[in-house]
Design a binder for this molecule. Structure first.
Ligand code: FES
Length: 153
C-alpha cells in the first residue's frame, strides 16, 4: 500500500493526494476533489460514465487506481473549456440537445474530445466505434451523433 502522497495534475493543477494508492481514481476525483463530472455507473469499466482523460487519452476512472495516475495529467469534464466558455464539444452537445437523463453525457463528451483530438474528421462509423462502449440507456444516440458532427464544424 502506498502511504506517501500521490502527485497528480488534475485539470491543470498539481494535487498532492493523501489517499490509498489503490483507491479508484473516480472516488478520489469525486469525494476528495469534489469533481462530479465523472459519474459512477457500473464500477466495472464497462459503461463509460466515469470517463476522464489521462494524458489526453480516454480512461475509465472507476477501474484505475489513483496510483496509476501519479505523475500524469488527468482532465475531467470540469477541466474542458475555460472559466468563461464551454469547450466546443460541450457546446455542441447542448445545441443538439443530446441529453435525455444526461447520465452518460460525461463519458460521451470526454470520449468525443479524445476522438477529435486524434482524428478531427472522423466518419460516422469511426464516431460510432469510438462511442460504442459508452452506454446510453435513454437511446439518444441519433442526437449524440449529431452533436459530434456539429463539434467537427
Ligand atoms: Fe466506470 Fe462504468 S462506472 S465504466
Amino acid at each position: 500500500m502506498n502511504t506517501s502522497p500521490l502527485r497528480v495534475t488534475v485539470n491543470g493543477q498539481q494535487c498532492c493526494l493523501d489517499v490509498p494508492g489503490d483507491a479508484p481514481l473516480l472516488f478520489v476525483l469525486r469525494n476528495d476533489l469534489g469533481l462530479n463530472g465523472p459519474k459512477y455507473g457500473c464500477g466495472l469499466g464497462q459503461c463509460g460514465a466515469c470517463t476522464v482523460l489521462i494524458d489526453g487519452k480516454s480512461a475509465r476512472s472507476c477501474v484505475i487506481p489513483t496510483s496509476g495516475a501519479a505523475g500524469r495529467h488527468v482532465t475531467t469534464l470540469e477541466g474542458l473549456g475555460s472559466k468563461t466558455a464551454l469547450h466546443y464539444v460541450q457546446q455542441a452537445f447542448i445545441e443538439e440537445q443530446a441529453a435525455q437523463c444526461g447520465y452518460c453525457l460525461n463519458g460521451m463528451i470526454m470520449s468525443t474530445v479524445a476522438l477529435l483530438q486524434k482524428n478531427p474528421c472522423p466518419t460516422d462509423e469511426q464516431i460510432r466505434n469510438a462511442l460504442a462502449h459508452n452506454l446510453c440507456r435513454c437511446g439518444t444516440h441519433v442526437e449524440i451523433l449529431k452533436a459530434v458532427r456539429r463539434a467537427m464544424q
